[in-house]
Design a binder for this molecule. Sequence first.
Ligand code: BGC
Length: 908
Amino acid sequence: MRKLLLLFVAFHVSAICLAQVKVQYLQTENAVNPICIDALNPRFSWQLDAGDKRGVMQTAYELKVSSAKGKHEAWKTGKVSSDQSMYIIYKGEPLASGQKYIWQVRVWDNAGKASAWSEPASFGMGMLNAADWKAKWITPGFVEDSVNRPSPLFRKGFSLNKKVASAMVYITSHGLYEAQINGKRVGDAFLTPGWTTYNKRLQYQAYDVTGLLQPGANAVGATLGSGWYRGHIGFSNQKNYYGKDIALLLQLEVTYTDGSTETIVSDESWKSSTGPVRFAEIYAGATIDNRMQVKNWSTAAFDDKSWSGVMVKDYTKNTLVATVNEPVRKHETFKPVKIFKTPKGEEVIDFGQNLVGWVQMKVSGNAGDTIRLSHAEILDKPGNFYTDNLRAARAQDIYVLKGGGEETFEPQFTWQGFRYIKVEGYKKDLNAADFTAIALYSDMKPTGTFTSSNDMINKLQHNIQWGQKGNFLDVPTDCPQRDERLGWTGDAQVFSRTATYNMNVHNFFAKWLKDVAADQYKSGSVPHVIPDVLGNDKNESGGSTGWADVSVIVPWNMYVAYGDKQILENQYSSMKAWVKYMENHSKNDLWNTGGHFGDWLFYSVNDDTDGSSAITSKYLIAQCFFAHSTQLVINTAKVLGNKQDEDYYTALLARIKKAFVNEYVTPNGLISSDTQTAYVLALEFDMLPENLRQQASDRLANNIRRYGNHLTTGFLGTPYLCHVLSRFNHVDVAYRLLLQDTYPSWLYPVKMGATTIWERWDGIRPDGSLETPTMNSYNHYAYGAIGDWMYRVVAGIDTKEEGPGYKQIIIKPTPGGNMTNIEADYNTTYGKVSSHWKIDGGNLLMHVEIPANTTATVYIPAANATGITEKGVALSSAPGVTMANESATGYVAVNVGSGVYDFSTAKP
Ligand code: BGC
């Protein structure tokens, strides 16, 4: 009996534990256990795991932070009544440079139950003051070959005489660096220190290298590449944009088990030489000569007597900042899907996917044998290797063998965008096992998946995701292959919301936006590319509508997607400066000056005698974006509680819209550019009075029909096209566009075999010929912006702007387009949100998942609530489901909290 009782108690206790909410996924500054941040008041976030329990909310939290050393308490909140689980701002004692901190949190749920304390999480503080840097900037002590600029090697031997408890190395460079300790690579990041506005902000990285050190003799080394700093960058063959020098700054902090410390720094005692990397440029590729390998150069045993010394430079350390975004790392690998000879006789390998990174090659041969790997995205019409569209980018890695056994080559300090490689100089038959393509991109967490019953749409989604992988390489680039690879602002702006669905781009954009602000011209104009390598304050190269608006649109999109108010605070003056620029350049509130890219790459025909090109006035577009950015500044002013700004910009916005209607709209609502983009922008940004909107959207729908259900929009109209159609009751037309597979359309490239998103709607023409090589990238994410509509409208996952970051979720699926099944899953800041819908006979089944500590309004496509069930129960009696006040034509809206829901209704 006693035994039974004990068993009962044990069962009961464990059942209570199971029912308890759990705190998990602790993040500091949006990263799990970051080892080097320099935010003086870091922000803490966590997720609640409540299983599939319905309606679980957090009602209070308690958080404590202590220093790892000495377990000294740095901050304790006590119990705070709040449902906030994101971005709790640290308000404890000042955090110290180089120190590690541990924190834990527990929460109370709305049943009054406390969770257990979370597992401890940690964060490390970086160098908070320039004076913390004891290291000196060093450059090679030999005269560089100024033509090829081979990669210098730097090294230093040192000894550690006590037992090491922990060690951290802080590194940055002018140019790119890779470091080694005792012959082993430090970390797994590539292309470090990444690309920022170097003259104002230079990121350093920290690595925990405890495991690389050994008792007694040690050595540390680093090799540098020209990279963005001084390599060729931009399309006008310019180099040395940030300076001619290539330099290293390295500080190794060792803590012994007895608590004492030792610091090894780059300084005049280091040695320098060169090694196998004889040349490395981003566009051109790398030349690696294995005969020049310096064996064991970063080990203690190496004799560096014959090496040169180094020069110490007094370059500034005031611009150094800790790294905010995830580093570039290796990701997917691809084996050859085909090895073949082209009609021209070229030996070519097809990896089956247009990707960004490089090829690892294994080979054996004789000393001096030289192998060239050239990269291409496509084959031309006859099937030959095609590189004309790479323009001046050589995109070729050259490998020289040292002989005497198998050698493995990978390039350094470069990357290429390619699906195919051409191999020259390889003396044997090409063997698939010896070639591996490796994808490299910023290590953002994947967050979203979208699959449907339509295979072509699934391929489109694949292409959108690969467009993102290929072009989110430390900065959002336009393309990864030709002599550009620049942070084009327009492209980033149009794709930014889609990007948030596929991957966690929070820190990626937070970092880049700092460079947007840093590079913004004094006039408020925003450069075309960030980091800006095309202009300067005197010779402004920017201010293009839809491009410069990146400074406003991306911060707002990040706020909406991640609920991070700090991004708005940080960017606010930059956002306002851009709107001020437009205001200053407008007359009577009409902005119709300046140079603009307009609706870039819209549908146009070579011989436009029938007037079918879809040309939208650039100034009309400019007025729309002037209004849109002003609206977003109003929204931001509201979020930040700045009533004065809110009033000022609200009045300005009314005048901008009035000026638009006066200038571009007839009394009956015909817009002077009678194009899809004109209607799309006017409707999306609410430029027209209410009474003209429906008929304007009808004109849009008719325009699309006139083009045989084709879109004609370019970069600026495309992202909003389907949104406007679905908002104004033309869902059927939106689906026809989505499913259209003849040019111009999203599925046309898919039909032509694309594995990424193309820059142009007709990169490969229907007859197999190619668009002009002067501008024809096959990996340009901009048109992938349709992904946002797929997640947000087709699957229907969105956030309310008043509950940003998916604190208040909207689930509003839009069946149509003969789709029978849609599954979208999205890891939001609070946890997983799912919206699946399925046509099952005469029923529409909806599967919805909502994470703890959020609420959702779910719109069920139905005329009324009768007949809707949730897990087989009538809607009115479904637990945790209440009728919502919101309504939308054709939907029944209900409110739910966390949990898993399965709704069934008659097929619409
Ligand atoms: C880039 C872009 C960019 C455009 C500006 C191109 O060369 O690749 O995508 O936005 O120039 O119009």
